[in-house]
Design a protein around this ligand. Structure first.
Ligand code: FPP
Length: 236
């Protein structure tokens, strides 16, 4: 069995789901919130330690103002409906990304949830919100340069570089899932997924169920992870 501590998900297909059901795009995002609640509770029950979900990318600002505003209201919908359940299940909330551009009222809702769940010891649910991996890496480099200039650090290596990333406190990403069939990484966790296993499912995020997660984990468990070493079971 491969250990499975950290699952990251690119939750794609909300718009296509809405179109398929003749609904506005917002209905796809709304259903996506409910699915996220289900998957968080289920992943926690499976003993997964960290779940990181791509909720809003630094590129998503290019969408219509109406859609952006709606996505910015999702944390309020999510936490007002589910915070009690998240507490009961010992889930801890975290955010990764550039907080500066997020509207103050959205940030307040997220910060309240982070504070309220801060002593929980179960699964850590990280929202990648206004997150872009290139932006994260550039910021990390700038911060390191500043620390170096101030004499706080010396040489940089792979291990110490990790501490400059938003994911500093999280375990290595073992499994990256992308829904809705696209074969792209879309600027998500580029440094962190160096040795992650990828599973792409055609299921649209709003149709994603506990069984779909089981399927992804089954695929993951069928993989031989060699982390760049030689796989002894291969005949070569
Ligand atoms: C991608 O689908 C999805 C998003 C950009 C938003 C994802 C957000 C959620 C599922 C909810 C997150 C929850 C909180 C609490 C923030 P898309 O719109 O790109 O779908 P399409 O490619 O089919 O158009």
């Amino acid at each position: 069995m491969n250990t499975l501590n950290h699952v990251a998900i690119i939750m794609d297909g909300n718009g296509r789901w809405a179109k398929k059901n003749s609904l506005p795009r917002s209905a796809g995002h709304y259903k996506g919130v409910e699915v996220l609640r289900n998957i968080t509770i289920y992943a926690n029950r499976l003993g997964i330690k960290a779940l990181t979900v791509y909720a809003f990318s630094t590129e998503n600002w290019k969408r219509s103002a109406e859609e952006v505003n709606y996505i910015m209201s999702l944390p309020k919908i999510f936490f007002s409906s589910y915070i009690k359940e998240l507490m009961d299940n010992n889930v801890k909330i975290n955010i990764i990304g550039d907080r500066e551009r997020i509207p103050a009222e959205t940030m307040k809702v997220i910060n309240d949830a982070i504070e309220e769940t801060s002593r929980n010891t179960g699964l850590v649910l990280s929202f990648a919100f206004n997150y872009g991996s290139r932006d994260e890496i550039v910021r990390a480099c700038k911060k390191y340069a500043q620390d170096y200039k101030e004499g706080k650090v010396e040489d940089l290596d792979e291990e110490s570089f990790k501490s400059y990333l938003y994911t500093n406190d999280l375990p290595e990403v073992d499994l990256l899932i992308r829904t809705a069939g696209e074969l792209r990484v879309s600027n998500f966790l580029l440094y962190q997924i160096a040795y992650s296993e990828f599973v792409v499912t055609d299921t649209l995020w709003p149709d994603f169920t506990n069984e779909t997660l089981d399927y992804c984990i089954e695929q993951y468990q069928g993989r031989k992870r060699s982390f760049g070493g030689r796989d002894e079971t291969k005949n070569n």
